[in-house]
Design a protein around this ligand. Structure first.
Ligand code: HEC
Ligand code: HEC
Length: 216
């Protein structure tokens, strides 16, 4: 009897130690110092919950490959540098726009930042969608986008970003950027983007926001 009790105590201690180890892992890596200015805009841990900043994407939970690539794309000015967003931010930022911010990073920073934000949990933005328009978007998505943005664009396994649950104004802006060739994109994506008209773009964004709470 006593033997059995000691056994269960040991099990309890073992369980507690496991809990400590795993709960430590679940909270992800520690933020590198270079991430400080990022939180001002992208939110704590890279989750933007502020509907007044709905042009700024949540970057938590996307793949490290994708995130590092975006930082390099900003360094090459191969996507818009969003000067205005930097002008309108009250905080003292180390650069005047996103491209310069990326260029000022050390050689190791892009990888460290990408690893950190990828290890954080994506939280979908709180937005309500028009179900009718979302249905139209779903059809276009299945025909033209699903191949690379599986599960409503909620997967972070591949080289594309997370679309489901992202802020709608941000998505609209990016779809227009691609259509107009203002942002670097994979060769096979470009023809699909050029085919989209403004109505398709609205419907697609509506579909992705409708999938936020369903996919996460
Ligand atoms: C002044 C606000 C601001 C700051 C500071 C800022 N960002 Fe951004 N970031 C933005 C905006 C706005 C966009 C969307 C750009 C666009 O509309 O093309 C963006 C886009 C991104 C993207 C692309 C996400 C995607 O899904 O395509 C990444 C990655 C990113 N930022 C990383 C960072 C990192 C890392 C830092 C810190 C070193 C940082 N940002 C600091 C505003 C900011
Ligand atoms: C051939 C594969 C492919 C197809 C087809 C494709 N995409 Fe993409 N998409 C990508 C990749 C790869 C990226 C990441 C590009 C980068 O690294 O900048 C991306 C990025 C995006 C982004 C930006 C995400 C972000 O967080 O900034 C949006 C929005 C998007 N795609 C929407 C669509 C829509 C809508 C369609 C269909 C009309 C589509 N894509 C079709 C591969 C594809």
């Amino acid at each position: 009897m006593i033997q059995a009790k000691r056994h269960s105590n040991l099990l309890l201690i073992f369980g507690f130690v496991c809990f400590l180890i795993f709960s430590g892992e679940a909270s992800g890596a520690e933020a590198p110092d270079a991430a400080d200015p990022c939180f001002e805009c992208h939110g704590d841990q890279g989750v933007n919950k502020d509907s007044e900043k709905d042009g700024i994407p949540t970057i938590a939970g996307a793949s490290a490959f994708f995130l590092e690539n975006q930082i390099l794309i900003f360094q090459k000015e191969a996507r818009p540098c969003v000067e205005k967003v930097f002008e309108n931010t009250e905080e003292d930022l180390p650069a005047d726009n996103h491209c310069d911010l990326a260029k000022d990073l050390s050689e190791e920073d892009p990888r460290a930042l990408a690893d950190y934000f990828a290890s954080q949990e994506f939280v979908p933005a709180d937005q309500s969608a028009d179900p009718k328009l979302a249905k139209v978007g779903e059809k276009i998505h299945k025909q033209r986008c699903d191949k690379c943005h599986a599960e409503a664009g909620s997967l972070a396994l591949d080289d594309a970003g997370i679309l489901a649950g992202q802020w709608k104004p941000y998505l609209l802006e990016q779809l227009r950027n691609y259509k107009e060739g203002k942002r670097w994109q994979p060769e096979k994506m470009q023809p699909k983007m050029e085919e989209l008209d403004e109505k398709d773009i609205e419907a697609l964004a509506e579909y992705y926001i409708s999938q936020g709470s369903k996919q996460f």
